[in-house]
Design a protein around this ligand. Structure first.
Ligand code: ZN
Length: 156
């Protein structure tokens, strides 16, 4: 279905050209983590404000290729305003989409089927799996988010 792939490509280009949630947050109360992907030169800074077990706000700063930038933008949309439980679920779902089973203890029950209805625009990133060299670009913002979540939850 070339039509579907075109749509995914459009979503990625849209988030690259018009990145969502760009900027910075005051630290503290927000935490900041940065990630770097030496293979591509992608740099990402994630500002995260966690309150009441929710991602109250998230801002993205940095520079990189279209994949890393659009992945960061899509991620920010997917987690902003969500409960930490949903955010961790989104991270697991994304890793599953990238065919990464880092911990090997996935609880399949907690992961919804991956399609455009359950993961929304994030589905557009699934095409990245076909380009292994780009997977690190796509995962960079998500790994950096995990670090920021750790900082935020340790502080509170
Ligand atoms: Zn990249």
């Amino acid at each position: 279905m070339p039509g579907l792939e075109d749509l995914y490509r459009e979503i990625i280009l849209d988030h690259y050209k018009n990145p969502r949630n760009q900027g910075t947050l005051e630290t503290p109360p927000a935490v900041m983590e940065q990630g770097y992907n030496p293979l591509c030169g992608d740099e990402v800074k994630i500002y995260l404000l966690v309150e009441d077990d929710m991602v109250k706000d998230i801002k993205i700063d940095g520079q990189g290729c279209s994949i890393s930038r659009s992945s960061a933008s899509l991620m920010s949309n997917a987690v902003k305003g969500k409960s930490l439980k949903d955010v961790y679920k989104a991270i697991r779902t994304f890793k599953k989409m990238m065919a990464l089973d880092e911990d090997g203890h996935e609880d399949e029950e907690t992961i919804e089927p991956i399609n455009e209805y359950t993961v929304g625009e994030l589905i557009a990133l699934q095409g990245v799996v076909k380009f292994p060299v780009r997977i690190k670009c796509a995962t960079l913002p998500w790994n950096t988010l995990s670090q920021a979540l750790e900082d935020a939850t340790n502080n509170s």
